[in-house]
Design a protein around this ligand. Structure first.
Ligand code: C5J
Length: 221
């Protein structure tokens, strides 16, 4: 067992042999200009800034033999897995499925829906394409984790209060001990990130724990 003694709200214990790192939606569509996030009116520079921290976390996990799982929020080209309620929500410049500078917005196989080059999966790493905000909805993630014997999850990626938090809550309900890497996640809205970190670890870690990348990587050694 390893301990992250400084984790919040209290020490987080995990066994690297039964732990996986899930990197949520570090896709060009969320962190680069011209993608889905920008089409909703967001400034994507905040999200781009976490790429080095996410890279350090991925490198630490790979060195420790902790499996890295990547997710991508995206839809089939025929939009058959895109509920109208999701496509029609709000007034973005470009809707999901529309053609943008990085290809069709949030469509599987398009350049914008792919993971940023700096964090690209290596051979053998699992990549989960998900039509929802949570990574368990309509995917094989649960079966993969059961098959791998996973008990603890370390989470990173974007955005903190949407896909990351949804996935963490889904995982917590499925019995995983979950820890969110504080500086390897971010939101277009700084106050939402702060609130999410607080609500996750409130009430005795009701959803899970948080710690910095440095604290996590130190515990991997
Ligand atoms: C959003 C995500 N924010 N990956 N997706 O729509 O958090």
């Amino acid at each position: 067992m390893r301990q992250i003694a400084a984790a919040r709200p209290f020490a987080f214990g995990f066994d690297p042999a039964t732990t996986a790192l899930i990197v949520i939606d570090m896709q060009r569509d969320f962190v680069e200009p011209g993608g889905f996030g920008a089409s909703l009116g967001n400034d994507v520079t905040r999200l781009r800034a976490i790429i080095p921290a996410v890279a350090a976390l991925i490198a630490g996990a790979r060195a420790a033999g902790v499996p890295v799982i990547h997710t991508r929020e995206c839809h089939r080209p025929d939009l058959s897995d895109l509920p109208p309620a999701k496509r029609d929500r709000g007034a973005p410049e470009l809707r999901i499925g529309d053609a943008g500078p990085m290809g069709r917005i949030l469509i599987a196989g398009e350049p914008g829906a792919d993971i940023v080059p700096e964090l690209y999966p290596v051979a053998g790493e699992l990549v989960i394409d998900k039509p929802g905000k949570g990574a368990f909805y309509a995917t094989g993630l649960s079966a993969h984790l059961v098959r791998m014997g996973t008990r603890s999850l370390i989470l990173a990626g974007v955005t903190t209060e949407v896909c990351v938090q949804t996935t963490m809550r889904e995982a917590n309900d499925r019995g995983f001990d979950c820890l969110l890497a504080e500086d390897a996640t971010d939101s277009y809205f700084p106050a939402f990130k702060t609130a999410t970190l607080e609500m996750i670890r409130a009430q005795g870690a009701i959803v899970g724990w948080t710690a910095t990348v440095a604290e996590i990587v130190e515990a991997f050694h």
